[in-house]
Design a protein around this ligand. Structure first.
Ligand code: ZN
Length: 75
């Protein structure tokens, strides 16, 4: 067995430790494209843009993409 505490932590001591463990609300900023609230420094989950650029392909544009021999080559 490893080292064990000599005495029980009092309720007061335990609550003093837990006073730092509250869950805080996440920081949110407004998406400049679709104006929903998003996490800062993350791509927008609704429009897939980050810093004005498309970084995440969305479901709707995928449906309209042409398929077949005339489609642009994929990487
Ligand atoms: Zn957006």
């Amino acid at each position: 067995m490893g080292a064990l505490p000599k005495r029980k932590k009092s309720k007061s001591r335990a609550m003093m430790r837990l006073s730092h463990s509250a869950v805080k609300a996440p920081a949110l900023v407004e998406c400049p494209q679709c104006h929903i609230m998003i996490r800062p420094h993350h791509a927008c989950p609704a429009c897939g843009k980050y810093n004005g650029r498309d970084v995440v392909s969305q479901k709707e544009p995928k449906k309209t993409q042409p398929t077949g021999p005339l489609a642009p080559p994929k990487k």
